[in-house]
Design a protein around this ligand. Sequence first.
Ligand code: CA
Ligand code: CA
Length: 298
Amino acid sequence: MLTVNDDQVVYSMGPKNFPVAEVNSGETLMFMTKDCFSNQIKSEGDLFESVGWATINPATGPVAVKGAKPGDTLAVHIRDIETAEQGCMVTVPEMGAAGDIIRVSETKIINITDGRARFSDKISIPVDPMIGVIGTAPEKEDIPCGTPGRHGGNMDTRLIKKGNTIYLPVFVDGALLAMGDLHAVMGDGEVSVTGLEIPGKVTVKVDLIKEKSEPWPVLESDDYWYVIASGEDLDAAADLALKAMLEFLGKRTDLSLNDRISLLSACGNMEISQIVDPLKTIRFGISKTIMKNYDLRF
Ligand code: CA
Ligand code: CA
């Protein structure tokens, strides 16, 4: 199995990034990933201010997939996420959703034992590892790894985790898959702007779906389909996610537009992924059980 080392990173996803490796559709490979601070924060004395912005949000890769062309979709099946045993979080004045009331910059080091993040003497959190940054190369311009978009990127969606599949649109030959920014655990919203940031390794199987794509990334879990859209603010993201889900269902069912809107109003779930990145991210989900008579496929 191919392993992509964490010294092979990009800080933006773009069409001109040179692939560090090439794989075939159907192949399984592993990405070693640094944390979002390029592993520079090692103790509570290492403050965010000491970390250079130049090395924020490294994504390991990119890896080219043979035969991938614009208009295709890259299905990335997340087989496993293994994290280190220590991660960090930061709270920084003017950063994140509560930055206006933070007075002092602090770093919190959190150890993981027996599958639980030891937040304090009184609080431990079950880990639920996820991928913050995962994407293909956008068509024209480089997009920094800290920004989400139609190509994926910094979606900070806690359901991008083991067992689930993320379907990413392909915009350039080879697709150019890269990923990083693992979180041992993260809440919806990611209000401080950090999950439990942690290095690790991700095992994925990639499958190319030819000449078929959706305008935004799609996530499949055992029991739900989601579309993941990002916009200037939550209202814009919500509108994009709703329209993307209506389109997704429109291509795969015989339901009229008005019926699809009613269906989503009755049992679709609009959920917040994150509210702290340069664009905000909303996911819209529909239960597979509800849709079972349609046997939805990507
Ligand atoms: Ca992130
Ligand atoms: Ca992060």
